[in-house]
Design a protein. Structure first.
Length: 84
């Protein structure tokens, strides 16, 4: 199993990819004449980013000591809420 430090390090580029995909979907949704096929494709990309980040977050939460869990959980919930 990966160390907490390695997981946190891998989370940074995953969050960047998540944010980029999120912004792309938001931009498409804001368009008046959005191409539904393009939107569906970008939503699929976003879903993949969400799943990967969620796995990393879950692994991090499993390894955290109780005193650090609550603060990290808030960060994880912010990402989950954004993905919904």
């Amino acid at each position: 199993m990966a160390s907490i430090e390695a997981l946190r390090k891998s989370r940074k580029p995953e969050r960047a990819a998540f944010t980029k995909a999120y912004n792309t979907v938001e931009e498409l949704i804001a368009l008046e004449c959005v191409d539904i096929c393009e939107l569906e494709a970008e939503l699929n990309v976003f879903k993949g980013k969400v799943d990967r980040l969620d796995d990393t977050h879950s692994n991090i939460l499993e390894l955290l000591p109780e005193k650090e869990y609550d603060a990290e959980f808030e960060v994880v919930e912010d990402c989950r809420n954004k993905s919904i």
